[in-house]
Design a protein around this ligand. Structure first.
Ligand SMILES: NC(=O)c1ccc[n+]([C@@H]2O[C@H](COP(=O)([O-])OP(=O)(O)OC[C@H]3O[C@@H](n4cnc5c(N)ncnc54)[C@H](OP(=O)(O)O)[C@@H]3O)[C@@H](O)[C@H]2O)c1
Length: 245
């Protein structure tokens, strides 16, 4: 179980949208320091905020960011990009995976030593599209599904080191990303940010932070997929114990 009060938090993609709201909400909850991962120079009036140059597709910037930050309690992988596509262009698929999957993977790998030291938490901003792809953003949806699967694996692999891994199954939120997409109501980023940290503090493995996502929560948590994840976690722990005996 993790809280934000008194903790050191890094949010990627912190300059706008949900990331900015996650930054502000971490400050509201009394974070000791919030690192704002941004691609462009970024200023914030609160002295607890430190800007860190961080394009999550740039290995050098990730490495430098991990050195700059040093100690970390909560890593929030929020940075993401979407594009309309119909799976006809492999380059789009690669771009979506570079940001939304490998960006998450590489950032976690770089900050893992710090998170192991702090027995901290990882929050990955995924999407409800991990459960059901929206066909007009197929490559994005596939990358988000892979990032969700990665979150589940890491949860099992890192549980023994005291690290919590939380996947945020975000629905439609009112940000630049969804500008012009007006087919249904959008949640406010501030509402989502509050629910993300509430979910963290309650120890929820999957967090359903908005009105579109929330109806999926009970069926996911009591369903076959989650059950299989739990069974696999037990089996993996048994095998690991047998191997080390
Ligand atoms: N909005 C939704 O309805 C919705 C739904 C489900 C999931 N999500 C997820 O929520 C997260 C935030 O989305 P949002 O709605 O807040 O989008 P947004 O307003 O478009 O903001 C995206 C953020 O990610 C940053 N970013 C993009 N590519 C990056 C890279 N390579 N390295 C580092 N930062 C990068 C952007 O930085 P720049 O300003 O430099 O471009 C920006 O700060 C994303 O992972 C998204 O997939 C959003």
């Amino acid at each position: 179980m993790h809280t934000i009060t008194g903790k050191t938090v890094l949010v990627t993609g912190a300059n706008r949208g949900i990331g900015r709201a996650l930054l502000e909400e971490a400050l509201n909850r009394g974070a000791k320091r919030v690192y704002a991962g941004t691609r462009q120079p970024f200023d914030h009036p609160d002295e607890r905020v430190t800007a860190v140059t961080l394009d999550v597709t740039d290995a050098g910037q990730i490495e430098q960011a991990a050195k700059t930050v040093g100690e970390l309690d909560v890593l929030v992988n929020n940075a993401g990009q979407v594009t309309f596509d119909d799976l006809s262009d492999r380059a789009v698929l690669e771009k979506m995976f570079a940001v939304n999957f490998f960006g998450v993977y590489d950032t976690i790998q770089a900050f893992l030593p710090a998170l192991i030291r702090s027995q901290g938490a990882i929050i990955n901003n995924i999407s409800v599209n991990a459960f059901a792809p929206f066909p007009l953003v197929s490559s994005y949806s596939a990358a988000k599904a892979a990032a969700f699967n990665l979150s589940q694996s890491l949860r099992g692999l890192l549980a023994g080191k005291g690290i919590g891994v939380h996947a945020v199954m975000t629905g439609l939120v009112d940000t630049d990303m969804t500008k012009g997409f007006d087919v249904m109501a959008k949640a406010a980023p501030e509402h989502v940010a509050k629910n993300v940290y509430d979910g963290l503090e309650k120890g929820e493995e999957e967090i359903f932070p908005d009105a579109m996502a929330e109806p999926l929560a009970d069926s996911w948590r009591s369903g076959g997929g989650k059950n299989l994840e739990r069974q696999y976690a037990q089996m993996a722990a048994q095998i690991a114990a047998a191997q080390s005996a």
